[in-house]
Ligand binder design. Structure first.
Ligand code: UTP
Length: 219
């Protein structure tokens, strides 16, 4: 079975239901078991900004972000065949739903991390064959390509190399990394085979079919 991390912006940028439908079609056509973790995207960022400007503490902001990820997960679940729309809030329930339906879609869990980390933890818990991270970057680069013109895409890397790259990118001013640091550390500790790729429905189909797109993290 595979776990998919679908960023909120990847799934439906500006409420683009057509893209969401196409992702659902790819999921519906796949015959194996799938667990999907959906992110919060732009809407979550907006809500978090509003809450913060009203004086909310960071845990409260995280809880608001989690609520948005769960709504996004529910909307995808509406379009996926034979999948409960009430999304699970913990991994044990997610596993039960997966066993029963062959599909489970969830959002965030606890404050303090992002859905990247949730997807890595879920892959670890479910002993998934592979974690597929559909994101807004087309793979892992040697350096942050937005700041370094000599950055090169790495097609195959180890989880130790992933942690090293993510650690450097996360500390750079204004930097953000292709996956978050906690997620990369979970991938490292359990040596989860992980493919990171630009999130379109067609690319998800390719990744599910084992085609070589983006970057692959092995052992
Ligand atoms: P995302 O996972 O969407 O964060 O969760 P992100 O990486 O900023 O979003 P993308 O990849 O660009 O779409 C949205 C927010 O919800 C909270 C965090 O505040 C996060 O930034 N969150 C989410 C949690 O606190 N815990 C979770 O398990 C998930």
């Amino acid at each position: 079975m595979k776990v998919i991390a679908l960023g909120g912006s990847v799934l439906f940028g500006d409420f683009d239901t057509d893209t969401l439908k196409k992702f659902a079609e790819v999921i519906n056509q796949y015959s194996g078991k799938l667990a999907i973790v959906v992110g919060g995207g732009r809407v979550a960022r907006k809500y978090i900004e509003s809450a913060r400007s009203l004086g909310a503490d960071e845990v409260t902001c995280d809880m608001i972000g989690i609520a948005v990820t769960r709504i996004n997960a529910s909307i995808l679940a509406v379009a996926v065949e034979n999948c409960p729309v009430m999304v699970p809030e913990d991994f044990v329930t997610a596993k039960e739903i997966l066993e029963r339906y062959g599909r489970v879609i969830m959002g965030g869990t606890f404050p303090g991390h992002t859905t990247d980390a949730v997807s890595a933890l879920l892959a670890e818990f479910l002993k998934a064959d592979e974690l597929l991270i559909a994101t807004s970057a087309d793979g892992v680069y040697t350096k942050d390509p937005r700041f370094h013109r000599d950055a090169e895409k790495i097609e195959k890397l180890t989880s130790d190399e992933l942690v090293e790259i993510v650690s450097v990118n996360s500390t750079e001013a204004g930097g953000s990394s292709v996956v978050d640091l906690l997620a990369s550390k979970i991938i490292q500790r359990s040596r989860i085979r992980t493919r990171i790729f630009y999130g379109t429905p067609e690319n998800l189909r390719k990744a599910l079919n084992g085609e070589k797109i983006g970057s692959i993290v092995v052992s």
